[in-house]
Design a protein around this ligand. Structure first.
Ligand code: DC
Length: 222
């Protein structure tokens, strides 16, 4: 098929990362988690003690900091100023900072150009919010993954707990998800978008394997 891209968009906790990862593995292609890049920018702001909503300070930070995406044995690592921060970007605090900072055009421009550069080197599955609508409008396959907020909050809580993080209650996780949905959907620049040609997958309807197989069936039909 040559080099091709698969776009997987959807809201927080929809299951799109698990799905995108599984699909990439099955097809023997690479997986890029674009949310991890915005999370790393959010973490950078926290580390520097600046507000992720302060566009001037963030613009200066983007100039100064060095963000790299590295793949080791196919696994994505986020490197911030030479430090591997992959294990530090999944906290609730970083989630909110990532949502805030990703609304700034200066951040999006820089991340989107890195994403396009990475995705053209070989076949990739990318997951995010604006992959089909903005990053790769010519992606060969486009999927939109969704589930209701309560289900997404339950999954997120389980994920946090499995990592030994018991800092939030279900209500707090749900509130964060609703905050991020609102912000990610209504921001001015490249919001979460369901393009008309995307195949919609409601992950409530299937198991993890079922979701993956449904997506793969659309690819193999081609
Ligand atoms: O997918 P995630 O929860 O790891 O993403 C973290 C934040 O980054 C999310 O609140 C929205 C933002 N994001 C974005 O704006 N565009 C993307 N392509 C991916 C993530």
């Amino acid at each position: 098929m040559g080099i091709y891209q698969i776009a997987v968009d959807g809201p927080s906790g929809s299951g799109k990362s698990t799905l995108a990862k599984g699909v990439a593995k099955e097809l023997g292609i690479m997986y890029l988690d674009t949310g991890a890049m915005y999370r790393t920018c959010g973490l950078a702001a926290i580390k520097r003690g600046i507000s992720p909503k302060d566009s001037e300070k963030v613009a200066q930070m983007m100039d100064e900091m060095k963000l790299e995406v590295k793949f080791e044995d196919g696994v994505q690592h986020m490197i911030l100023d030479g430090e591997d921060v992959t294990g530090l970007i999944r906290t609730p605090e970083v989630s909110v900072a990532a949502s805030d900072i990703s609304a700034l055009p200066v951040v999006r421009q820089s991340m989107v150009s890195m994403q396009r550069e990475i995705a053209k080197s070989q076949s990739f599955v990318l997951d995010g919010r604006d992959i089909a609508s903005n990053v790769l409008p010519n992606a060969k396959y486009k999927f939109y993954v969704t589930a209701k907020a309560e289900t997404r909050a339950e999954r997120r809580l389980k994920e946090l707990n499995e990592r030994g993080d018991f800092s939030q209650t279900y209500e707090e996780v749900l509130r964060d998800i609703e905050y991020r949905d609102e912000q990610d959907t209504h921001r001015e620049f490249a919001p979460l978008t369901q393009v008309p040609e995307a195949v919609v997958i409601n992950t409530e309807d299937y198991t993890i394997e079922g979701t993956r197989d449904f997506l793969l069936s659309h690819i193999k039909e081609d």
